[in-house]
Design a binder for this molecule. Sequence first.
Ligand SMILES: Nc1ncnc2c1ncn2[C@@H]1O[C@H](COP(=O)(O)OP(=O)(O)OP(=O)(O)O)[C@@H](O)[C@H]1O
Ligand SMILES: [Mg+2]
Length: 409
Amino acid sequence: MKIFSTFQQFNLKPRDEHTKIEQFRILLNLIQSIISTYITHQNLKNFNIQKLYRNLRCIIQIFTLYQKKINKMITINIDDIKLMTWIKHEDFYEVTFQYKQNFQDKFIFDIQSGTLGHQALVKKIAQDNFTENYEMLETIKRTQNGEIIKCRRRENNEVFVAKIQQNNHFLIERELQINLYLAENPHENVASMVEYYFENDQIILMYPYFSGGTLNQLVNTYANNISKLKVKSIMKKILSGLNHIHNLGIIHRDIKMDNIMIEEIDDHKCVKIIDFGFSAFKDNLSYLSEKCGTIGYFAPEIINGQFYNNKCDIYSLAQVFHMLLTGNPMFDRNMNTQQIIRLSKNNLFAIDYRNIKESKAQQLLFKMLDFQEKRYDVQLCLQHSYFFKAENLELKINNVRTFEFKSPF
Ligand SMILES: Nc1ncnc2c1ncn2[C@@H]1O[C@H](COP(=O)(O)OP(=O)(O)OP(=O)(O)O)[C@@H](O)[C@H]1O
Ligand SMILES: [Mg+2]
């Protein structure tokens, strides 16, 4: 291991004292240093301008990429960088940045492939050769800003899903940041991004393919005949995923039937929370005045423009819970958007009691739908007696081997 290049120390002033021109000059300085390091240490015979460009893009990316420090996300600004060192290993370079009060972090930089990634995320690195790596099989869904495509990885025929979006909105960049953070902190009930690409002004997020479909598809297939036991099991898994997300300081903000999927691998079925397109870090207060979500799912405090917290996910999950229990949404399907908004504003809803016989389920549903201050958080939901019963029952049923194979879930 040898250190072969140390970047110049930048003489920095506090961020807001920099003029735009000064910031630009610092960036140029840095790029210049990168180029000279590159040219000095690369075999000039194999010099490839495209690769250099790709490398530079990766390097610049880190100034906007995330950093983890005491479980918080920090965006590095170019003018916070003080020192950068390159340490050569067998087949990659370890890049250390020193920024702010001597805070350091390390990245892995693979010169050959032109990729740069956080150490713990060596596989999940920015690339721009999506079409080289994947064959597109079919479009699963066209979304507002792109499409969801089922793909085959050429190398091993494994099937994945690509979420392709135009990189034209800050929410897309934020979705990437949150996905990176979740990939570093995985949980079995939260979809974990495996790779991402920057290609043609698009950000492409890659996920494993979940063949079991969304909860909406599940309810449509089995009408309202999903066994009560399975509803408990699904709810417990969603809450467990949500607990993990909330513990990481993230609010999902778009929990709904279409954003919860079932992964089926062999005989094993697992629930996955997907779609972090509206997610935000709860520490960043400015996010919490944003109105977002899906009509019929979002909590009264969001519609009313009040300051909200991660309990908005619980309100949305209550709508999912109701759908699973009854097969019907809480707001009549014939209602228009304005009618739903008017009712949601005042936290008015109609629970379909005919189809929710179990009193524990009714109680929990109510707690999840309460106004923000009194509404249960994830922990309280998980501790509700509705789930303890489920566990015992599940145990008994597993012991006597029932119709598990025919069960939709
Ligand atoms: N990993 C996956 N495996 C299989 N299907 C998926 C996967 N990810 C997403 N889908 C399908 O694509 C749909 C849209 O995905 P996603 O919610 O991430 O995109 P979106 O742009 O937020 O769409 P929407 O606006 O409809 O919420 C999902 O509802 C699901 O049907
Ligand atoms: Mg979605």
